[in-house]
Every structure is written in C-alpha cells, then in structure tokens.
Design a protein around this ligand. Structure first.
Ligand code: SOE
Length: 377
C-alpha cells in the first residue's frame, strides 16, 4: 500500500523532531524537506527524495499528502492556507498563528474543505499528563478547586541570548506566552476538561534591548565568546504571570519565564481537587505525584500494565523505560495519521479549532497585561 507522502517545512530543532517521529510511523514517508539552508544535507542524511529552499516549491509537489509546518510563527498562516488550498493534511507547530483572526480563518477553512489538521501541542501525549486528565475527568480528584503551575526555561537568561522568537514580526504580539505559555494553557484546559473564562496578566520585558550575536543562532544555542553583537530592541515579554478563572469556579495561576536559571524545560501543572491533588512535571515526565490529606502522598510511575487504557495506548515501552519528548511527538502523529485513514479513531490531538482557542488565550493575556484589567475569554 502507498505510504502517506509527507513534506516537512522548517528544519530547525523542532523540524528535526518531526522528522524523527514521522520516521517511526509505518504508513508514512518523509518525501520532501524544505528550509532556506541545510535542506540538501538533511535530505541526504535521511534519504529524503526531494529537497528545496522555498516552501512554495515544496507545496507544488503533486505527490504530497500532508505537510508539517515547523517554521518561525509568521510563516504558519501563509503556508497553512496554501497547503489547505492544495488539499493537503496539515500539521502546524504552535503557536498556531500570530493573530486570533488568522487562526480562526484557517480553522474555518480546514473545516470547510475537510483537510486533516493538527496543531502540535505535544505535551498532551506524555502518558502521565494523560493520566492526570483521566484522574480529573474520572472525578478521582473530586471537584476542581484550583489549577496552578509554571513553564520555566533559562535559554534567554542573558542579554546576549537571542533568537527569531524575540522579534514581534516573527513571533507575534506575545513571545514567552506564545512560545511556552501556549503549551501550559492548552494543557491546563485539556487535562481538566474546563475552559479558562477569565485572565489577569502581568508582563515584563527584562531586557528592552538585547545583544544579538552576528549570524544566526539556533534555539537553545549559546553564542561563542568572540562573536560580535548587534543591539536589538525587544518589544515582547520575557516574563508573564497570569491569574485565571476556570468554568465551574476553579481559580488558577501560572508563571511563564525563559529567564529562570537552571530550569531547562520545566512545565509544572498541579490540579487540586476536593478529594486529592495531582501534579505532573515535564522534566520528570514518567511520574505523577498524588497529594493526599491523609495516608501519605503517592508517586505514580508510568506503567502500561498498571493504568487506564487511554493512558496505556500512549505508551511505547515497558515501565522504567523512558518515553520522553520524541515519544510525545510520535504518539501525536500516530493518532493524526490514523485518523486521516479512519476518522472514527481516537483523536486527542489539538486540531486547528483548538489552536485558534489557544490563540484566544494568548491574546487575552496580552490584552490584560496591556490594560491592567481582567479580560474575559
Ligand atoms: C523553545 O522555548 C521551545 O523549543 C518551544 O518552542 C517548544 O514548543 C517547547 O516544547 C520547548 O522549547
């Protein structure tokens, strides 16, 4: 049977994670790759038959069935729109777009044309994050009282740290919220099954001017000691803290920062219910901590033979064998490509409508931080 022919546009850190996950899927072939630099070398390394530097050239390939958009944010909208018009299934990196309007337009277009569509909120696919959702939705935590947490990194701690993500033109009006807060907000709603109804946000740009190393630096990369610098004004937030209201009456709070030394990629989400609380932490993804008023707290370990079926289906390896970041991408794409063949199969992934919803949350944070007021979502 013909394998689904997939093109990947954007070959930075995250584009390579897409390629790795796609190569684990039996019915899928990475058939084309595209990036302004390096595409030929990557095509050679992974035996990809077609490469190009221009995304329009990739979309013109008639044999393609699907495309993955792993470019900087400002390109998500034009590429996704063109891909939908070409009748391709589309997987887009987060944040979905730069504006709510673009996101809503793409969601409506994909729905109208019937294209498969996904926004890669991959944190939904860590087994123990899913287990947290099972506990919440199954009522084992009781009624949800509060949701709190953080998403912390340190790769933008120094004034000399720079990336395209700092540019408003490429990132959109928010940056830390769009880049990592978007994951937390999506996960908080997904795990609790409750929508955020209101938000009060505080933003801070710690470095209004940063020193960009001459030449291009990849995300998480550090500039060498002898590099010259160019001063760049920064208009987007380094830090964001948000207070939240959830439907059903729960309250919440979260802090997002890419300037927290020592926290490399730490998403923490705690749900406190009237019976017990539970906390999941991305840097220890195979564990889930249960907090109990009596009888001692419990540390649940990922174990496919000792969990609910929905969680077990997201596990590739036996207990004690880590799943991790590549595994979360793999599980999400596995569901996506299955659902293209059989629309009745399980779909935990965020579709374009969920991507648009997340953009509404990011925009609410921006509006609230700008006005100093609570903003309804
Ligand atoms: C950089 O902050 C980044 O690569 C994000 O863009 C990803 O979405 C996150 O998964 C890891 O960190």
């Amino acid at each position: 049977m013909k394998r689904c022919q997939v093109g990947v546009i954007g070959l930075g850190f995250v584009g390579m994670a897409h390629i790795d996950a796609l190569r684990r899927l039996p019915g899928v072939e990475v058939a084309a790759v595209c990036a302004p630099v390096g595409a030929q070398e990557i095509a050679g390394r992974y035996h990809v038959p077609f490469w190009c530097e221009d995304w329009e050239e990739l979309l013109a390939q008639e044999t393609l069935d699907a495309v993955h958009i792993c470019t900087p944010n400002h390109l998500h909208y034009p590429i996704a729109k063109a891909a939908i018009e070409r009748s391709l299934a589309v997987v887009c990196e987060k944040p979905f777009t730069r504006t709510v309007e673009e996101a809503r337009e793409l969601a409506a277009l994909a729905q109208e044309r019937g294209n498969g569509n996904m926004v890669n909120f991959h944190n939904r696919f860590y087994p123990m994050a899913h287990r947290l959702r099972t506990l919440c939705l199954g009522g084992e935590l009781g009624e949800v009282i509060s949701v709190d947490g953080a998403y912390l990194q340190d790769w933008l701690l120094y004034q000399t740290d720079y990336s395209w993500r700092l540019s408003k033109e490429q990132s959109g009006r928010t940056r830390t919220v769009a880049d990592i807060g978007s994951h937390w907000l999506d996960l908080a709603e997904y795990v609790t099954g409750k929508r955020i109804t209101g938000m009060m946000a505080q933003f801070k740009t710690w470095y209004p001017v940063r020193k960009r190393a001459k030449g291009e630096l990849a995300t998480f990369a550090k500039a060498g000691p002898d590099t010259g610098y160019v001063e760049e004004p920064v208009e987007t937030e380094d830090l964001a803290s948000v207070l939240l209201r959830f439907e059903g009456g729960a309250v919440g709070s979260a802090y997002f920062s890419q300037m927290c030394a020592g926290r490399k990629n730490s998403l923490r989400l705690q749900v406190s219910g009237t019976k017990q609380s539970a906390q999941w932490e991305l840097e220890r993804p195979d564990q889930l901590e249960l907090g109990r008023r009596e009888g001692g707290n419990l540390l649940l370990q990922k174990d496919p033979s000792d969990c609910d079926r929905g969680t077990a289906e997201l596990i590739s390896y036996p207990a004690g064998h880590g799943e991790g970041f590549p595994g979360a991408f793999y599980q999400g794409f596995k569901q996506f490509y299955r659902s293209l063949k059989d629309p009745g199969t399980r779909r935990d992934y965020a579709d374009f409508a969920a991507g648009a919803r997340d953009m509404e949350l990011c925009e609410a944070a921006f509006q609230s931080a700008s006005s100093g007021q609570w903003v309804g979502v």
